[in-house]
Write a protein that binds this ligand. Structure first.
Ligand code: NAP
Length: 246
Protein backbone atom coordinates (compact mmCIF):
# COMPACT_ATOMS: atom_id res chain seq x y z
CA UNK A 1 0.00 0.00 0.00
CA UNK A 2 1.33 3.51 -0.86
CA UNK A 3 2.12 5.55 2.23
CA UNK A 4 4.11 8.66 1.34
CA UNK A 5 4.90 9.50 4.99
CA UNK A 6 6.82 6.22 5.32
CA UNK A 7 10.23 6.09 3.62
CA UNK A 8 10.99 3.50 0.97
CA UNK A 9 14.33 1.71 0.58
CA UNK A 10 15.61 -0.51 -2.23
CA UNK A 11 18.22 -3.00 -1.03
CA UNK A 12 19.96 -4.79 -3.90
CA UNK A 13 21.14 -8.36 -3.32
CA UNK A 14 18.94 -8.80 -0.27
CA UNK A 15 18.12 -12.51 -0.58
CA UNK A 16 20.92 -13.44 1.82
CA UNK A 17 24.02 -12.24 3.67
CA UNK A 18 24.59 -8.57 4.34
CA UNK A 19 21.73 -7.38 2.08
CA UNK A 20 19.23 -9.57 3.93
CA UNK A 21 20.39 -8.15 7.29
CA UNK A 22 20.07 -4.59 5.92
CA UNK A 23 16.54 -5.24 4.60
CA UNK A 24 15.45 -6.65 7.97
CA UNK A 25 17.08 -3.78 9.90
CA UNK A 26 15.60 -1.02 7.73
CA UNK A 27 12.14 -2.64 7.88
CA UNK A 28 12.43 -2.80 11.69
CA UNK A 29 13.28 0.92 11.58
CA UNK A 30 10.03 1.61 9.72
CA UNK A 31 11.08 1.67 6.05
CA UNK A 32 9.03 0.04 3.30
CA UNK A 33 11.66 -2.27 1.84
CA UNK A 34 12.16 -3.60 -1.68
CA UNK A 35 14.09 -6.86 -1.33
CA UNK A 36 15.98 -7.29 -4.62
CA UNK A 37 17.47 -10.58 -5.80
CA UNK A 38 18.86 -11.92 -9.08
CA UNK A 39 18.34 -15.69 -8.83
CA UNK A 40 17.30 -16.67 -5.30
CA UNK A 41 13.54 -16.04 -5.40
CA UNK A 42 12.61 -18.45 -2.58
CA UNK A 43 15.21 -16.92 -0.24
CA UNK A 44 14.03 -13.39 -1.09
CA UNK A 45 10.41 -14.36 -0.39
CA UNK A 46 11.54 -15.79 2.95
CA UNK A 47 13.16 -12.44 3.80
CA UNK A 48 9.85 -10.70 2.98
CA UNK A 49 7.94 -13.22 5.14
CA UNK A 50 10.35 -12.65 8.03
CA UNK A 51 9.88 -8.86 7.76
CA UNK A 52 6.08 -9.20 7.59
CA UNK A 53 6.00 -11.55 10.58
CA UNK A 54 7.79 -8.85 12.58
CA UNK A 55 5.13 -6.29 11.49
CA UNK A 56 7.19 -4.69 8.70
CA UNK A 57 6.42 -3.93 5.05
CA UNK A 58 8.36 -5.44 2.13
CA UNK A 59 8.15 -6.88 -1.37
CA UNK A 60 10.63 -9.03 -3.30
CA UNK A 61 11.58 -7.90 -6.83
CA UNK A 62 13.81 -9.81 -9.24
CA UNK A 63 16.39 -7.77 -11.18
CA UNK A 64 19.94 -8.39 -12.32
CA UNK A 65 21.57 -5.09 -11.35
CA UNK A 66 24.07 -5.35 -14.21
CA UNK A 67 21.19 -4.94 -16.70
CA UNK A 68 19.99 -1.33 -16.78
CA UNK A 69 16.51 -2.32 -18.05
CA UNK A 70 16.05 -4.70 -15.13
CA UNK A 71 17.27 -2.07 -12.64
CA UNK A 72 14.73 0.35 -14.16
CA UNK A 73 12.01 -2.22 -13.64
CA UNK A 74 13.13 -2.49 -10.01
CA UNK A 75 12.60 1.27 -9.53
CA UNK A 76 9.29 1.06 -11.44
CA UNK A 77 8.02 -1.71 -9.15
CA UNK A 78 9.16 0.14 -6.03
CA UNK A 79 7.45 3.39 -7.12
CA UNK A 80 4.28 1.61 -8.25
CA UNK A 81 4.01 -0.18 -4.92
CA UNK A 82 5.19 2.42 -2.41
CA UNK A 83 5.66 5.77 -4.21
CA UNK A 84 8.98 7.66 -4.59
CA UNK A 85 12.12 5.86 -3.44
CA UNK A 86 14.11 7.53 -0.63
CA UNK A 87 17.00 5.13 -0.08
CA UNK A 88 19.12 2.99 -2.44
CA UNK A 89 21.53 0.45 -0.94
CA UNK A 90 23.83 -0.78 -3.73
CA UNK A 91 24.80 -3.95 -1.85
CA UNK A 92 24.59 -6.62 -4.59
CA UNK A 93 28.01 -7.97 -5.42
CA UNK A 94 29.97 -11.07 -6.34
CA UNK A 95 33.45 -12.32 -5.55
CA UNK A 96 35.60 -15.10 -6.98
CA UNK A 97 39.20 -15.70 -5.98
CA UNK A 98 41.89 -16.04 -8.63
CA UNK A 99 45.48 -14.86 -8.99
CA UNK A 100 45.54 -12.14 -11.66
CA UNK A 101 47.91 -14.26 -13.78
CA UNK A 102 45.32 -17.06 -14.00
CA UNK A 103 42.26 -14.85 -14.54
CA UNK A 104 40.38 -14.83 -17.83
CA UNK A 105 37.98 -12.51 -19.68
CA UNK A 106 34.94 -14.31 -18.29
CA UNK A 107 35.99 -13.68 -14.70
CA UNK A 108 36.81 -10.05 -15.50
CA UNK A 109 33.44 -9.49 -17.16
CA UNK A 110 31.54 -11.30 -14.40
CA UNK A 111 33.06 -9.25 -11.57
CA UNK A 112 33.09 -5.87 -13.32
CA UNK A 113 29.58 -6.26 -14.79
CA UNK A 114 27.91 -6.94 -11.47
CA UNK A 115 30.08 -4.99 -9.03
CA UNK A 116 30.87 -1.89 -11.12
CA UNK A 117 28.21 -1.71 -13.86
CA UNK A 118 25.56 -2.82 -11.36
CA UNK A 119 26.49 -0.04 -8.93
CA UNK A 120 26.74 2.56 -11.72
CA UNK A 121 23.31 1.51 -13.02
CA UNK A 122 21.91 2.16 -9.55
CA UNK A 123 23.58 5.56 -9.34
CA UNK A 124 22.32 6.63 -12.78
CA UNK A 125 18.74 5.82 -11.84
CA UNK A 126 19.00 7.20 -8.31
CA UNK A 127 20.32 10.53 -9.66
CA UNK A 128 17.08 10.94 -11.62
CA UNK A 129 14.55 9.18 -9.42
CA UNK A 130 15.53 9.33 -5.73
CA UNK A 131 13.54 11.73 -3.53
CA UNK A 132 15.06 15.05 -2.50
CA UNK A 133 16.82 14.39 0.82
CA UNK A 134 17.46 10.76 -0.11
CA UNK A 135 20.28 8.44 0.86
CA UNK A 136 22.58 6.15 -1.14
CA UNK A 137 25.02 3.61 0.30
CA UNK A 138 27.51 1.85 -2.01
CA UNK A 139 29.51 -1.26 -1.15
CA UNK A 140 33.28 -1.52 -1.33
CA UNK A 141 35.48 -4.02 0.52
CA UNK A 142 38.25 -3.94 3.12
CA UNK A 143 40.26 -6.00 0.60
CA UNK A 144 40.94 -2.69 -1.19
CA UNK A 145 43.02 -1.72 1.86
CA UNK A 146 44.61 -5.13 2.51
CA UNK A 147 45.56 -5.90 -1.15
CA UNK A 148 44.92 -9.58 -0.45
CA UNK A 149 46.52 -11.96 -3.01
CA UNK A 150 43.88 -13.77 -5.08
CA UNK A 151 41.44 -10.88 -4.84
CA UNK A 152 43.02 -8.66 -7.52
CA UNK A 153 40.11 -8.31 -9.93
CA UNK A 154 37.55 -8.14 -7.14
CA UNK A 155 39.61 -5.42 -5.43
CA UNK A 156 39.74 -3.62 -8.80
CA UNK A 157 35.94 -3.56 -8.95
CA UNK A 158 35.63 -2.18 -5.44
CA UNK A 159 38.37 0.44 -5.96
CA UNK A 160 36.40 1.55 -9.03
CA UNK A 161 33.24 1.80 -6.92
CA UNK A 162 35.08 3.96 -4.37
CA UNK A 163 36.50 6.31 -7.05
CA UNK A 164 33.19 6.61 -8.93
CA UNK A 165 31.31 7.27 -5.68
CA UNK A 166 33.56 10.20 -4.76
CA UNK A 167 32.82 11.91 -8.10
CA UNK A 168 29.12 11.08 -7.89
CA UNK A 169 28.84 12.74 -4.45
CA UNK A 170 29.85 16.04 -6.09
CA UNK A 171 27.70 15.55 -9.19
CA UNK A 172 24.62 15.34 -6.95
CA UNK A 173 25.01 18.98 -5.87
CA UNK A 174 21.59 20.52 -5.29
CA UNK A 175 19.71 17.25 -4.81
CA UNK A 176 20.19 17.07 -1.00
CA UNK A 177 21.11 13.38 -1.33
CA UNK A 178 23.98 11.88 0.68
CA UNK A 179 26.14 9.12 -0.81
CA UNK A 180 28.35 7.07 1.49
CA UNK A 181 30.22 3.77 1.34
CA UNK A 182 30.63 0.72 3.50
CA UNK A 183 33.71 -1.50 3.16
CA UNK A 184 33.02 -4.69 5.11
CA UNK A 185 35.74 -7.12 6.11
CA UNK A 186 35.76 -10.55 7.75
CA UNK A 187 31.96 -10.72 7.78
CA UNK A 188 30.40 -14.16 8.12
CA UNK A 189 28.39 -14.58 4.91
CA UNK A 190 28.32 -17.11 2.06
CA UNK A 191 30.60 -14.87 0.01
CA UNK A 192 33.22 -14.78 2.75
CA UNK A 193 33.48 -18.56 3.11
CA UNK A 194 33.47 -19.23 -0.68
CA UNK A 195 36.70 -20.83 -1.93
CA UNK A 196 38.47 -20.81 1.46
CA UNK A 197 39.74 -23.88 3.31
CA UNK A 198 38.90 -24.58 6.98
CA UNK A 199 42.55 -23.85 7.88
CA UNK A 200 42.42 -20.46 6.09
CA UNK A 201 39.18 -19.58 7.86
CA UNK A 202 40.60 -20.51 11.28
CA UNK A 203 43.65 -18.34 10.61
CA UNK A 204 41.52 -15.40 9.43
CA UNK A 205 39.38 -15.47 12.56
CA UNK A 206 42.30 -14.03 14.57
CA UNK A 207 43.20 -11.25 12.09
CA UNK A 208 41.09 -8.55 13.72
CA UNK A 209 42.36 -7.22 17.06
CA UNK A 210 38.90 -8.16 18.32
CA UNK A 211 39.81 -11.80 17.47
CA UNK A 212 36.50 -12.79 15.91
CA UNK A 213 34.53 -12.47 12.67
CA UNK A 214 31.96 -9.71 12.22
CA UNK A 215 28.28 -10.41 11.69
CA UNK A 216 26.00 -9.27 8.86
CA UNK A 217 23.94 -7.45 11.51
CA UNK A 218 26.93 -5.32 12.46
CA UNK A 219 27.18 -4.14 8.84
CA UNK A 220 23.43 -3.46 8.77
CA UNK A 221 23.79 -1.30 11.90
CA UNK A 222 26.33 0.93 10.11
CA UNK A 223 24.05 1.22 7.07
CA UNK A 224 21.09 2.10 9.30
CA UNK A 225 23.13 4.97 10.73
CA UNK A 226 24.16 6.29 7.29
CA UNK A 227 20.55 6.42 6.05
CA UNK A 228 19.21 7.95 9.28
CA UNK A 229 18.39 11.60 10.00
CA UNK A 230 21.37 11.57 12.41
CA UNK A 231 23.78 11.20 9.46
CA UNK A 232 22.50 14.26 7.57
CA UNK A 233 25.94 15.93 7.43
CA UNK A 234 27.86 12.73 6.64
CA UNK A 235 28.49 12.69 2.88
CA UNK A 236 31.17 10.95 0.78
CA UNK A 237 32.40 8.90 3.75
CA UNK A 238 33.82 5.37 3.56
CA UNK A 239 33.26 3.32 6.72
CA UNK A 240 35.35 0.17 7.04
CA UNK A 241 33.24 -2.20 9.12
CA UNK A 242 35.96 -4.75 9.78
CA UNK A 243 36.87 -4.93 13.49
CA UNK A 244 39.96 -2.84 12.90
CA UNK A 245 41.77 -5.25 10.59
CA UNK A 246 42.81 -2.46 8.20
P1 NAP B 1 26.51 -12.90 -0.56
O1 NAP B 1 26.21 -13.55 0.75
O2 NAP B 1 27.20 -13.68 -1.61
O3 NAP B 1 25.15 -12.28 -1.16
C1 NAP B 1 25.18 -11.62 -2.39
C2 NAP B 1 23.80 -11.09 -2.73
O4 NAP B 1 23.91 -10.38 -3.96
C3 NAP B 1 22.78 -12.18 -2.92
O5 NAP B 1 21.55 -11.75 -2.37
C4 NAP B 1 22.66 -12.31 -4.45
O6 NAP B 1 21.35 -12.69 -4.87
C5 NAP B 1 22.91 -10.86 -4.86
N1 NAP B 1 23.36 -10.73 -6.26
C6 NAP B 1 24.44 -11.29 -6.86
N2 NAP B 1 24.48 -10.92 -8.16
C7 NAP B 1 23.43 -10.09 -8.36
C8 NAP B 1 22.94 -9.36 -9.47
N3 NAP B 1 23.55 -9.42 -10.67
N4 NAP B 1 21.82 -8.61 -9.33
C9 NAP B 1 21.18 -8.55 -8.13
N5 NAP B 1 21.59 -9.20 -7.04
C10 NAP B 1 22.71 -9.97 -7.16
O7 NAP B 1 27.42 -11.58 -0.33
P2 NAP B 1 27.62 -10.66 0.98
O8 NAP B 1 28.78 -11.16 1.74
O9 NAP B 1 26.32 -10.45 1.67
O10 NAP B 1 28.09 -9.30 0.26
C11 NAP B 1 27.29 -8.16 0.14
C12 NAP B 1 28.17 -6.99 -0.32
O11 NAP B 1 29.22 -6.78 0.63
C13 NAP B 1 28.87 -7.25 -1.67
O12 NAP B 1 28.91 -6.06 -2.42
C14 NAP B 1 30.28 -7.67 -1.26
O13 NAP B 1 31.21 -7.44 -2.28
C15 NAP B 1 30.49 -6.82 -0.03
N6 NAP B 1 31.51 -7.35 0.88
C16 NAP B 1 31.31 -8.46 1.66
C17 NAP B 1 32.32 -8.89 2.53
C18 NAP B 1 32.17 -10.06 3.46
O14 NAP B 1 33.07 -10.27 4.32
N7 NAP B 1 31.12 -10.84 3.37
C19 NAP B 1 33.54 -8.23 2.56
C20 NAP B 1 33.70 -7.13 1.74
C21 NAP B 1 32.69 -6.69 0.92
P3 NAP B 1 21.04 -14.00 -5.80
O15 NAP B 1 21.40 -15.21 -5.00
O16 NAP B 1 19.59 -13.87 -6.10
O17 NAP B 1 21.95 -13.84 -7.01
Amino acid sequence: MKNSTVKTAIVTGASRGIGKAIAIKLAANGYQVVVNYANSEAEAQRVVAQIEQAGGIAIAVQADVSKIQQFENLFDMAEKTYGPVDVLINNAGVSKLSPIADSDDDLFDYLFNINVRGTVNGLKLAAKRLSQGGRIVNFSSTAVATSTPGMGLYVGTKAAVEAITKVFVKELRGRQITVNMIAPGLIQSEMFFEGKTAAQIAQMEKLSPLERFGSVDEVADAVAYLVSEDAGWVNGLLIRVNGGVA
